[in-house]
Design a protein around this ligand. Structure first.
Ligand code: CAA
Length: 387
């Protein structure tokens, strides 16, 4: 029995900040952003957007296409959680009109958690192939203003329907795993922006790629040359290139640049204009590949998920025959192009806005035009509204 990704849909924010506007403020040569880190723009959430509104917007088209009947589990992965206790997925469950006979849970391990959620979902489907699991990765990446990390922010949600006989990607066994207790990137509960040791985080990522690949081969995985493409976690798209060159060198393969570009070139189209969407990022890379490649039928594709702290997983999927009939290319492109460009000053004001903590009733300014919005904060409760 094949189990894997039956549908994949992503959503992002109302606003976008081009890196040209950031460069004007920081004084950086635009080449540093466009070429050095491989980023052109980043999604910026409006005041009435958060991980719940993005998650619901990403998942709604999946529900519209396949209905709710077989979904008995929702797993929402995030590192930008909105509540220490309640799972954000419960709000999403409500906004999507899912039945009460559903289990909903939130999982966290930096940018890696959605991959754990996907693997847990696959396990559930193996136990009962009639069931489907809705896995949603939703994150807002926020670093301090005027920090080096500022250029690598972004926000998006990727929703996946996981089931038997999947229409898009058959996820294979084995998976290569790697965990190391490192402090390369983290966010204590009392901070709204992440702490990061920039260059150390790049080294930690490369070591994790190496470690997860090593385990993947020890578990009997495919040869590197089997893969048509490699979807890496992309905190900035040049990171995928750094990682792939590192993997090629580690395995003694030829790090020939045209081959590197052929393996990665189609995976970066969404991330280079959305920015870092943390746990959603590797699935935006997959969406980009599926949406832009000519024909990947039966092609093995590698997925390399990395979450600082750190946990990494190297696994493979083969693209299902007929997958192109199920793609959401136009909707994905619209999600990117519909965003309104904002000035650096507007971005800075949004970045500095925090929700009131006094427990009063506070309507949230209506800035979005998407299907769901955060309407108010009242009595310490988030009030969401569908449009
Ligand atoms: N033209 C072309 N390239 C230029 C350039 C120019 N004018 N100016 C600089 N560059 C190049 C540099 O040579 C450098 O390239 P290499 O890395 O290949 O040497 C690149 O642009 C970036 O320059 P710097 O290293 O000087 O940039 P920086 O010090 O400002 O910071 C960063 C870069 C460390 C990625 C920083 O943005 C950061 O801390 N980001 C957050 C952390 C992060 O994303 N880490 C990734 C691994 S961790 C992870 O993956 C988890 C996660 O999601 C956070």
């Amino acid at each position: 029995m094949h189990v894997g990704i039956h549908d994949l849909s992503f959503a992002t924010t109302e606003f976008v900040l081009p890196h040209t506007a950031l460069a004007e403020h920081t004084g950086a040569d635009i080449g540093k952003y466009h070429l050095g880190i491989g980023q052109r723009a980043m999604s910026v959430p409006a005041a009435d957007e958060d991980i719940v509104t993005m998650a619901a917007a990403a998942a709604a088209p999946i529900i519209a296409r396949w209905g709710v009947e077989k979904i008995r589990t929702v797993v929402l992965a995030t590192e930008s959680s909105i509540d220490q206790a309640k799972a954000a997925g419960v709000y999403v469950h409500s906004l999507l009109g899912l039945p009460s006979s559903t289990r909903v849970v939130e999982v966290k391990q930096a940018c890696y958690a959605a991959t754990a959620a996907l693997q847990f979902a696959i396990g559930l489907v193996h136990r009962d192939p009639d069931q489907r699991v809705l896995v949603i990765a939703s994150d807002v990446s926020r670093y301090e203003l005027d920090s080096p990390g500022e250029a690598t922010q972004g926000a998006a949600a990727a929703a996946m329907l996981v089931g038997a006989d999947p229409a898009l990607v058959r996820v294979e066994n084995p998976a290569g795993l790697f965990t190391a207790d490192v402090m390369d990137f983290w966010r204590p509960n009392y901070l709204t922006t992440a702490l990061v040791a920039g260059q150390e985080s790049i080294t930690a990522y490369l070591q994790a790629v190496e470690g997860s690949w090593k385990d993947y081969t020890e578990q009997g995985g495919r040869r590197l040359t089997d893969f048509r493409a490699f979807c890496y976690h992309q905190p900035f798209t040049k990171m995928a290139y750094k990682a792939h060159r590192h993997l090629l060198r580690f395995t003694g393969a030829d790090a020939d640049e045209p081959q590197v570009t052929a393996a990665l070139g189609l995976t970066t189209a969404y991330n280079e204009v959305v920015g870092n969407s943390y746990t959603a990022s590797v699935y935006l890379a997959l969406a980009s590949l599926l949406d832009h490649a000519d024909d990947l039928t039966d092609a093995p594709v590698a997925l390399i998920s990395y979450g600082s702290g750190s946990v990494a997983e190297f696994f493979a999927g083969t693209v299902a025959p007929g997958y192109r009939d199920h793609l959401r290319t136009t909707a994905h492109q619209t999600a990117v192009t519909r965003r309104k460009p904002i000035s650096y000053d507007t971005y800075r004001a949004l970045h500095s806005t925090t929700l009131p903590t006094d427990g009063g009733h506070h309507p949230v300014p209506e800035q979005t035009t998407g299907p769901y919005r955060l309407a108010a904060l009242s009595d310490h409760k988030r009030i969401y509204e569908p449009r």
